[in-house]
Structure formats: C-alpha cells, structure tokens
Write a protein that binds this ligand. Structure first.
Ligand code: ADP
Length: 397
C-alpha cells in the first residue's frame, strides 16, 4: 500500500501543506500541495495536485481563526480525499532547533519542552510551528511527528563562524550565529552530486534568494558559514527585512526616535528591505520593471549586497569553485542572476547570457574558472525524506 506523509509549514496567518506519497518500492513524490491563508481574517483553502490541477479553491468558515482550527479544516479535507487512516506521519518545518538539535527529531514531550524554550529566539515563527505540532497531536493522538529545523544544516560550523562577539554571560544564554534556510541548503547539497558532480566536493556559495534571502558557504556539501545569524534579520537585503545593519541604528531608533520594542520589531521584520527602500513593494517582480528611482535603488542595493557578501563567503571558503542560485528570485529572475554574476566577475564567474536567459542548469561559459548554476530548491521534499527516514516509512515495501 502507498504511504502518505503530511508536511506542514505553519506561519502566523498561513498554513502551507504538502502531501507526499511513497508507492511501494518507490521514492517519495509530491501528491498534492496547497495552502490555507488568511487565517484569522478571510480563511481560504487552495490545493493542487502534482500536475497543477486545482483540487480545491474555497473560502473556509470564518471560525478558522487560528492555526489549530486551520489544521482541523485541512484534516477534514484530507480525510474526504484519502480516507481516515492514510497519513502515516507528519513532518513539520520548525524554524529553530537551537544549539542542541543538529538534525531532525521525532517529537516527544521532552523535545516539545526544549523547542518551547527556544521561542524567545524566534518569536515570530517558532510559536506557530509548535502550535501546529500540538494541534496535530490533539486531532490524531499518537500520530508520529517529526520536526525539521532551518538551523540544523549549519551546525558543525567553526567556533569563529558561530560566534557573536559579546561577553560570555550573554553568549551563554544562546546568543550565537545559527543560520537559517538550512532545509533549502541541505536539499541543494543532496542533489549536487547528481546535478553538478564537478562542484559537489568543492567550494560552493549557494544563494537562496526568495522573500527571505541568504547565502551559504559550502565546503564538500557542508555549511561552513552563512549570512543569516542569530535571527533571520542579518545578511542580505530581503523583501521586508534589512539584512546587515549597524546595531547603532537600532540604538538610535530606541534612544533618539523613541520607538518601542514592538515598533522596532515591526520595522525590522515587516517594513524594511526592498519594501522599505522602494516604498512600493517587497516583490522583485514589481520592482524590476519599475522606472521609479526608489525601486531602482532597492534593486541596486539587493544586487550590491549579494555580490559583496558572495565575496565575503568566498573569503571564508578560501576561494570559490561555483555559485548556485535558488528560491523564488534565484530561480526565476535572469536579470538578477545576470547582475549578480557581472558584479562577481572578478571572482572568475563568466556568465553564459543565453544559458542564463533560457534558464539552463549551468549558466556559466564552458571555460569559466568559476561556474554558475540554477538549481530549484525543494525544502518540502527534504522534510518528507527526513520524516520518512525517522519514522521508518522509507524502507522498500
Ligand atoms: P519564500 O518561500 O521565502 O516566500 P520564494 O522562494 O517562494 O519565497 O520566493 C518568493 C519571491 O520570489 C517573491 O517575493 C518574488 O519577489 C520572487 N520572484 C518570484 N518569481 C520571480 C520572477 N519571475 N522575477 C523576480 N522575482 C521573482
């Protein structure tokens, strides 16, 4: 019998889900995917199958006011589609595993307690991830669940790479560089030996450029550094987050402008980055065609920071063999890839403009000293693989 795993990525107002199937003797494949968005305002469920055929596209009852109610609504729909006992396990994206979870883990009461203790390190994400774990356990008591962390792939970095240079009593409270987007980087590392064997063992900078954006320096498929640090605010300019920022600016916001902690939090997570610079949009698709000077400045800054920080990670790696683009912008915008590669030409990247425009996997010239690639990420498949492995769903049957 085919096995099913449900993959959940729970946010503050949305619940993304993926239903993966593993027919006997086969590998995991996507069965359907979708999202409940507008949780708490106008809840709406939409799902498509693997061929992009719409399976459902409907408003939900207005009492779907929180993540638990959204899980119940999703559970009802899954039950109507696949029957009562189809789901063998549930895998969750959990943003923070802290210093002690360097790998995905099967949920136990002790693990839940540990993960709750990390809420202060990721207050905008962790509570929703944990609420989803709790809601599933309540709906289907005893169902095995797995937490897959955005931080895990980066564990094992050097003490220097993880260091936040503050006094020990502060560092001892968990203040260190964690890195995020780890499931995306882990997926890329897992496919490099097949997709790009010539670089899989080498010095690779992966650029995950989506609405959140970061770079990872990989040596032989392992993370040695990344641009996101203690929180998901550091590093590159993002859709609504500023990336690297002089901490003196934050002091100024508090001391001179009199902003409250909540106001500063909203400014840094929701109103800065591409949106803050342009005043127009957080979406690269709106900014690229715009002639507005502020939109152009936002795009220029995005590219400038990417190229500057690629240089920094190349230094951390002691040189660079390849640059890999992934995620929404990295996979879909030839213009951004072209501009970043041109700004990185000094490293030895020679772009093949035709290959870049036609979205080939290899987008650098055959004799380019440093190669450039476009490799679509698949964080959900990574979660499905971990979930299947940890729950013993992956043995051939
Ligand atoms: P996340 O998972 O972090 O929400 P994604 O990796 O799905 O982000 O990327 C979403 C972003 O990708 C959008 O905000 C948009 O800016 C960008 N994007 C998607 N398609 C294109 C495109 N064709 N050109 C430029 N940017 C794009």
């Amino acid at each position: 019998m085919a096995q099913f795993a449900l993959i959940l990525n729970a946010g503050s107002s949305s619940l993304k889900f993926f239903i993966c199937k593993r027919p006997p003797g086969h590998v995991w494949e996507l069965e359907s995917r979708g999202q409940i968005d507008g949780i708490g305002t106008n809840p709406h469920l939409k799902a498509k199958d693997a061929t992009d055929k719409v399976l459902i596209d409907t408003d939900l009852a207005s009492d779907v006011k929180d993540g638990a109610k959204a899980i119940n609504a999703l559970g009802d729909w899954i039950r109507s589609l696949y029957g009562g006992s189809a789901v063998a396990g549930v895998g969750h994206r959990v943003v923070h595993g802290g210093p002690n979870y360097p790998a995905p883990v099967v949920i136990t009461p002790k693990v839940m307690d540990d993960l709750r203790a990390l809420v202060p390190l990721a207050p905008l994400h962790q509570p929703y991830n944990l609420a989803a774990l709790e809601a599933v356990a309540q709906r289907i008591p005893g169902i095995p669940q797995v937490a897959c962390f955005d931080t895990s792939f980066h564990r094992g970095q050097s003490a220097v790479a993880e260091l936040v240079p503050l006094p020990a009593e502060i560092r001892n409270a968990g203040v260190q560089r964690y890195g995020f987007h780890g499931l995306s980087y882990e997926y890329i590392a897992s496919v490099l030996p097949e997709v790009a064997p010539s670089i899989a063992g080498g010095r690779v900078v992966v650029a995950h450029l989506g609405s959140g954006a970061s770079l990872c320096a990989m040596l032989g498929g392992k993370s040695i550094d990344s641009t996101l640090g203690f929180t998901a605010l550091d590093g590159l300019c993002m859709g609504t987050r500023p990336g690297s920022l002089d901490p003196g600016v934050v002091l100024y916001l508090f001391q001179q402008l009199g902003l409250s902690a909540k106001e500063v939090e909203a400014l840094l997570y929701k109103k800065s980055g591409l949106l803050g610079i342009s005043g127009i949009s957080n979406d690269m698709r709106d900014l690229l065609p715009s002639a507005a000077p502020a939109a152009r400045l936002a795009v220029d800054y995005f590219v400038y920071q990417c190229a500057k920080q690629i240089g920094a990670l190349a230094a951390a790696l002691g040189g660079i063999d390849a640059l890999v683009f992934t995620a929404g912008i990295g996979e879909n915008s030839p213009e951004i890839r072209r501009r970043i590669c041109q700004a990185s030409a000094w490293l030895g990247i020679q772009l093949d403009t035709a290959a870049n425009e036609s979205r080939q996997t290899l987008i650098s010239m055959p004799d380019s000293p440093v190669s450039a690639w476009v490799i679509p990420t698949n964080e959900e498949l990574m979660i499905a693989r971990h979930t299947g492995r940890l729950l013993g769903l992956s043995g051939r049957s």
